[in-house]
Design a protein around this ligand. Structure first.
Ligand SMILES: Nc1nc2c(ncn2[C@@H]2O[C@H](COP(=O)(O)OP(=O)(O)OP(=O)(O)O)[C@@H](O)[C@H]2O)c(=O)[nH]1
Ligand SMILES: [Mg+2]
Length: 370
């Protein structure tokens, strides 16, 4: 029996088992087994296909992937938000490889990747799905691009990614698993974990854990527990751009909104655009910027003053130490303190240490040992 058949049999058993307290542990074991088998299958397939050709080097301060079916307008959008010159065509699969572009926005450089149409069935290794998915995983933000006439595609896109271990708009599970040499599986939960201890133990056993300390800080489902155990999950935020609004008569706007709600999209959350007519592009760029949660730090360089053109761009929550990491060189070893002016500082030129958390627009002067 091949792996595919084994997977199908486990799937069927899960589907035909009613879920309740007495079957929870059993279902947990089945789901854990399923996750393992799927991973095995994935390994088999990727070793055969050779891969390659889709590794896009990350450049800039953050990377955004445009994800959508063929012909929804991804290439047109890429051209509208960046300085790239991506191939645009009126037929499907004109984008034969990932097209990168750079979006300059608010003094930051955001790499935008136009990935080829993510087709249904890609998960099973057909088409270019695997390569496309591997590029998507490395992004910091996904922009789903759908046409105003094909809103139903949104669910298919999300399902495709979900099936491929890309978790959208959710935090990684607040679960820590530490291997031990003895003592069996011990569970500490800061909150009600939502699962029976036996279920948690069985799922971990199924994944090969014999001795471990499991710390749980959220209410879990079996699926979330498995996500916590597997280290191949990607957790990505997403936004949705609804394109080709120029083709919609204003009197149908209400229908479009209803259609969006019917497909689990909040009309107030999506960004309406016309990539072709350059409408809504500014708003989309602003949303991308907001979702990336970046912080611009302007460096006051000795003898040269503040560089207002090219800030250091770091994720929100970054500290002075993180900023030095980003700058590289032998900064950290010579660091004495920094002077910060801006939102994060109590007053101008506040003297701070490595742990100081930076805010957008801060001006920083590093004081180093000579
Ligand atoms: N009316 C209108 N047409 C658009 C808009 N955006 C794109 N198009 C057209 O839609 C067609 C497909 O656009 P592309 O940008 O090539 O679409 P794509 O998503 O890159 O397609 P693939 O590369 O095949 O995946 C082209 O004829 C575009 O001119 C828009 O906002 N309004
Ligand atoms: Mg294209």
């Amino acid at each position: 029996m091949g792996l595919e058949d084994e997977i199908e049999i486990i799937r069927e058993e899960i589907a035909s088992t009613p879920y309740n307290k007495s079957t929870e542990a059993h279902i947990g074991r089945l789901k854990a087994k399923l996750a393992q088998k799927k991973e095995e299958l994935e390994k088999q397939q990727s070793s055969g296909s050779g891969g390659g050709g889709y590794a896009v080097p990350k450049t800039g301060d953050a990377t955004v992937a445009l994800v959508g079916f063929p012909s929804v307008g991804k290439s047109t959008l890429l051209n509208a938000v960046t300085n790239a010159d991506s191939e645009v065509g009126a037929y499907e699969f004109t984008t034969i490889s990932v097209e990168p572009g750079m979006m300059h926005y608010r003094d930051a450089n955001v790499q935008i990747l136009d990935v080829p149409g993510l087709i249904e069935g890609a998960a099973s290794g057909r088409g270019r799905g695997k390569e496309v998915l591997s590029v998507i995983r490395t992004a910091d933000l996904l922009v789903f691009v759908i046409s105003v006439f094909e809103i139903e595609q949104y669910a298919a896109l999300r399902e495709e990614l979900e099936r491929n271990q890309i978790r959208l708009d959710e935090e990684p599970p607040a679960v820590r698993i530490e291997q031990r040499n003895q003592g069996g599986i011990r569970i500490t939960a800061a909150v009600d974990p939502g699962l029976e201890e036996d279920t948690i133990r069985d799922v971990l056993h199924e994944h090969g854990y014999i001795n471990a300390v499991v710390t749980i800080r959220e209410e879990l489902s079996v699926d979330r527990l498995i996500d916590a155990i597997m280290d191949n999950r990607a957790y990505l935020p997403s936004i949705t751009a609804v394109n080709k609004v120029d083709l919609i008569d204003p009197e149908f706007a209400a229908d479009v909104k209803q259609e969006l709600r019917a497909h689990d999209l909040d009309p107030d959350e999506v960004v309406f655009i016309s990539a072709e007519e350059d409408r809504g592009i500014d708003a989309l760029q602003e949303r991308i910027w907001e979702e990336l949660e970046l912080v611009r730090v302007y460096l006051d360089k000795p003898g040269r003053g503040v560089d207002w053109d090219e800030p250091l761009v770091v994720p929100a929550g970054s500290t002075i130490a993180d900023a030095m990491d980003r700058l590289g060189g032998d900064f950290a070893g010579r660091f004495r303190f920094a002077r910060v002016t801006g939102e994060s500082a109590k007053h101008d030129e506040q003297q701070v240490g490595e742990d100081h958390v930076l805010a957008d627009g801060d001006v920083v002067k590093f004081i180093l040992q000579r």
